[in-house]
Ligand binder design. Structure first.
Ligand SMILES: NC(=O)c1ccc[n+]([C@@H]2O[C@H](COP(=O)([O-])OP(=O)(O)OC[C@H]3O[C@@H](n4cnc5c(N)ncnc54)[C@H](O)[C@@H]3O)[C@@H](O)[C@H]2O)c1
Ligand SMILES: O=C/C=C/C=C(\O)C(=O)O
Length: 486
């Protein structure tokens, strides 16, 4: 059985406390790896290594040298593409085509794009008048923030972790990463890449383990960590924010969502069905940007529900490496219990179950996996639990609407504000609605189209701050103003 260790100061090390935990396959619940759990002493060592790298070789590199190294990281990920695909498939159980076409290539791109951003984005300069008439010149320089704590989730582990590590390193910081306990593989593998391309030791460190009273909490409470970037649940974000208040450390949060899909009667019907199908069921619904509330204009409501039902019932369950399969399990038995409890609650609260609502019958060798059916409900009030709370599963509630004002109100009646997808051929209306929905990201006639130069993040309880393009520089650097009297 594979043992996955921490990666500290360029070396894989067993935890000083000797504790390990199991990683089980979502597909069949077999134990696939044992993971070293980092204790306080390991986190201390990782933060020390990160600080030493900052003050050592890494901190002394020129921007060009750093950028070249990060291009090297991206190229090496691409060279070891199959290893990353296999590692991520083992952890998440998701179909290989999602790994191949989205998650792993995005991991490589996260290093290249932010190297380019850092190399090309200018800083500001202001000339000012002075009483003696000679004036003064202000200009900004950007310096790294220091040691960045990166806490990442399990749903798109490599993409979401590198989305933070890429810009952090491009800006000259060092990192200590705490991947989710459910997805330890790719963060560990990235250590090999860092060593083989010559990233100085201590620049990239990984501590494995859990959140509370484990590596996550030890890292976020650590006074040697200068700033914390986190993707995960809103509740966890609140705990991390408390920890970060000690020492006034900056935070960047990408949190939960309860995203609305809005389909007007004039939409390209097939494109809308396909878009909502993907946004509700891709990655078995475990996408923060996914759609769990769908609002469809009344004239096409029945037809839309029927078409989405047909698509949901046609998914092909199977192992990730099975090319005929396009639908995987949930991440774990624990998450399956949570999703199933919502499936039961929907019925108790009076939902019409259009399709799904339970566990699929799986062949014997997959029977222990975390499989659940894609599920569609109608007929619930907006106060129902499954319409209000983030489930993070392959399910959505569909409700008819009659006017633009009504649907905007419905979409906004949530504590979350991450993303929306709007389907219409009326461009003026698309722009109007997009300007009124209280979210960080709106897609018109599309979903999850990502340009890494754009601002990414959530409003309300879906996050704090924006990352992406120059926005990432705001978080991963300090801007210093220098005022020169002429
Ligand atoms: N907004 C976004 O961009 C985005 C992207 C992906 C996922 N998400 C959200 O993430 C959630 C699913 O991921 P998850 O279940 O892994 O989230 P989670 O909050 O349970 O865990 C995320 C990470 O935080 C760690 N953690 C937990 N408690 C901690 C604590 N007290 N201190 C420090 N670290 C702690 C976990 O070990 C894990 O590494 C969903 O809510 C989803 O919407 C948001
Ligand atoms: O599950 C959430 C997926 C988030 C995607 C990104 O953060 C991204 O594309 O950068």
């Amino acid at each position: 059985m594979r043992l996955i260790e921490n990666f500290i100061g360029g070396e894989y090390t067993a935890g000083q406390g000797g504790k390990t935990f199991e990683k089980r396959s979502p597909v069949d619940n077999r134990v696939i790896a044992r993971i070293t759990e980092a204790g306080q002493a390991d986190v201390d060592a990782a933060v020390r290594a990160a600080r030493a790298a900052l003050e050592g070789e890494w901190g002394g590199l020129t921007l060009e040298q750093r950028v070249d190294l990060l291009y090297g990281v991206a190229d090496e990920i691409t060279r070891r593409f199959e290893d990353f695909v296999a590692a991520e498939m083992a952890d998440t159980g998701q179909p290989s085509h999602v790994m191949r076409h989205v998650f792993i290539p995005r991991g490589a791109a996260n290093f290249k794009v932010f190297a380019d951003v850092v190399k090309n984005v200018p800083t500001e300069a202001f000339q000012m008048a002075t009483p003696d008439g000679r004036g003064a010149l202000n200009y900004g320089i950007r310096v790294p923030k220091g040691v960045i704590g990166v806490i990442s989730p399990w749903n798109a582990p490599f993409l979401l972790m590198t989305w933070k590590v890429g810009p952090a390193l491009a800006c000259g910081n060092t990192v200590v990463v705490k991947p989710s306990e459910e997805s330890p593989h790719t963060a560990a593998l990235l250590g090999e890449v860092m060593n083989s391309v010559g990233i100085p030791k201590g620049v990239y460190n990984v501590v494995q383990g859990f959140g509370p009273d484990s590596a996550g909490e030890f890292l976020t409470r650590h006074p040697g960590v200068d700033a914390i970037t986190f993707t995960g649940e809103t509740r966890t974000g609140a705990a991390i924010m408390k920890a970060a208040s000690d020492g006034m450390r900056d935070v960047s949060f990408e949190l939960g969502g309860k995203n609305a899909g809005i389909v007007f009667a004039d939409a390209d019907f097939d494109a809308a069905v396909d878009g909502i199908f993907r946004s509700a069921f891709l990655n078995t619904g475990q996408v923060c940007l996914g759609t769990e509330r769908v609002y469809v204009e009344r004239p096409i409501f029945e037809r839309f529900v029927a078409a989405l039902k047909t698509r949901a019932e046609a998914v092909k369950y199977g192992r990730p490496e099975d090319h005929a399969a396009n639908y995987g399990p949930l991440i774990s038995q624990e998450h399956k219990q949570k999703v199933m409890s919502y499936y039961r609650k929907a019925v108790e609260e009076g939902a019409t179950v259009v399709t799904g609502g339970g566990e699929p019958a799986m062949p014997a060798e997959l029977a222990e996996g975390a499989w659940v059916q894609p599920t569609i409900w109608t007929g619930l009030p907006e106060t129902a639990s499954v319409v209000r709370e983030e489930i993070f599963g392959p399910c959505c509630h569909i409700r008819p609407f009659d006017s633009e004002d009504e649907v905007v109100k419905l979409a906004n009646a949530t504590d979350y504000g991450l993303s929306t997808t709007v389907w219409t051929t009326n461009l003026a209306r698309a722009h109007r609605v997009a300007a009124r929905v209280e979210v960080g990201i709106t897609w018109i006639n599309s979903w999850f189209l990502r340009d890494l130069r754009t601002a990414f993040g959530g409003s309300k309880q879906s996050g704090i701050g924006r990352e992406g393009g120059v926005h990432s520089l705001e978080f991963y650097t300090e801007t210093r103003n220098i005022c020169v009297k002429l």
